[in-house]
Design a protein around this ligand. Structure first.
Ligand SMILES: *[C@@H]1O[C@H](CO)[C@@H](O)[C@H](O)[C@H]1NC(C)=O
Ligand SMILES: *[C@@H]1O[C@H](CO)[C@@H](O)[C@H](O)[C@H]1NC(C)=O
Ligand SMILES: *[C@@H]1O[C@H](CO)[C@@H](O)[C@H](O)[C@H]1NC(C)=O
Ligand SMILES: *[C@@H]1O[C@H](CO)[C@@H](O)[C@H](O)[C@H]1NC(C)=O
Ligand SMILES: *[C@@H]1O[C@H](CO)[C@@H](O)[C@H](O)[C@H]1NC(C)=O
Length: 319
């Protein structure tokens, strides 16, 4: 089958099933099941190392200090078929900054930071890894979506600096953890405000938490322009849009000079699941995201020693 046709079919089925997939997939990435030809082409487009794609002038967080370009809004708007206008978007952002802090305290991107990061995906390959202390020993620990800690401490650690999520994947946080929202539609910005105030009673493709427990003073919202940059520069625009797990990893490259990556990919037998639950469909990969390609980029970054990639396979599961 011609590659373009495959992509089209994948895209169509992703669009149709995306709504269901979004409710179950985890936003981690899965290792390639088959040929990586497409990824290899992209990855060899230039002979520079991938880490050269890091663009420190892209602002990771929304702030009142700069405005989203019309082009970036246009890109963002089609992610989940937003129908409302740029004006509505701007009004929603303005409302955000009436209740959340305006001076986000992410470490300055790409500066001479000496900070180290752990980025913790949700893969089953964390099980029995005993990575907990290693994860916690980095300055900053980033966790993703539903990620539970209680009763998994030995393998996933206990510390969380930033917990990235979107409304449909939201969970309550403790008082010292930053909630980092990845917004995919205007309603997500509205949800954030309402989840901290009156409660949210709208509809989405799955049930959404009406209220959230987290420290309001530590809330941050990711800039749609940053998401677009990850898609364009790091993935060559492959897939519908990048998974939250992949974006979290690129975010870590922007704020830490040493990035340790855990819990991405499948287990040693190629099964796809979360560390806390077994997914019925073990081949789920990452839904509408370009999972294979994301995984190839992560492996390449590891080859370049731009990240340290822990696959959990050094500790084989012996059942
Ligand atoms: C990239 O390729 C060009 C020509 O093909 C060569 O001159 C250059 O040294 C290469 N750069 C690296 C970093 O390998
Ligand atoms: C880096 O990002 C800035 C801001 O989006 C953009 O103006 C600039 O062209 C980018 N640089 C490169 C090398 O792509
Ligand atoms: C952003 O937009 C607002 C109004 O739309 C304008 O007042 C402000 O000057 C703009 N800020 C920047 C940094 O361009
Ligand atoms: C959470 O932290 C804030 C300071 O950031 C403090 O004022 C508040 O009392 C804390 N709340 C709880 C429940 O510990
Ligand atoms: C992986 O999936 C296969 C097929 O469902 C199953 O037989 C096997 O036990 C699974 N492996 C692990 C480590 O869960």
């Amino acid at each position: 089958m011609p590659f373009k046709l495959k992509v089209l079919i994948f895209w169509l089925s992703s669009t149709i099933f995306g709504v269901f997939l979004l409710s179950v997939f985890t936003d981690s990435v899965h290792p390639p099941a088959q040929s990586l030809r497409a990824s290899e082409t992209f990855l060899s487009e230039d002979n520079l190392t991938l880490i050269h794609r890091l663009n420190c002038s892209v602002e990771p967080l929304l702030s009142p200090k700069h405005n989203l370009s019309k082009e970036a809004f246009k890109w963002w708007k089609q992610l989940q078929l937003e129908r409302r206008s740029f004006v509505t978007y701007k009004a929603a952002v303005e409302k955000l900054f009436q209740i959340f802090p305006t001076g986000p305290d992410l470490p300055k991107p790409c500066s001479d930071t000496t900070k180290t990061c752990s980025v913790v995906g949700n893969s089953v390959n964390l099980k029995r890894s005993h990575y907990g202390p290693l994860i916690d020993s980095q300055d900053i620990v980033i966790r993703i979506n539903a990620a539970p800690i209680k009763s998994y401490e030995v393998d996933v650690g206990t510390k969380t600096t930033y917990h990235v999520m979107y409304p449909e994947s939201a969970r309550d946080l403790d008082n010292s953890t930053h909630l980092v929202l990845f917004p995919f539609k205007i309603q997500d910005l509205e949800w954030l405000v309402k989840a901290f105030t009156t409660g949210f009673y709208g509809m989405s493709y799955v049930r959404v938490k009406s209220k959230i427990k987290a420290n309001k003073d530590l809330v941050m919202v990711v800039n749609p322009a940053f998401m677009r940059y990850v898609h364009a520069v790091w993935l060559g625009n492959r897939g519908g849009y990048p998974s939250t797990g992949f974006m979290a990893l690129i975010l870590a490259l922007h704020i830490c000079n040493e990035v340790h990556v855990f819990g991405y990919g499948a287990d040693s037998e190629g099964n796809w699941s979360h560390y806390w639950e077994t997914l019925a469909n073990k081949n789920l990969k990452t839904g509408l995201h370009a999972g294979q390609h994301e995984y190839a980029v992560i492996e390449r970054l590891a080859d370049e020693k731009a990240i340290v990639f822990y696959k959990g396979w050094a500790f084989p599961l012996t059942v």
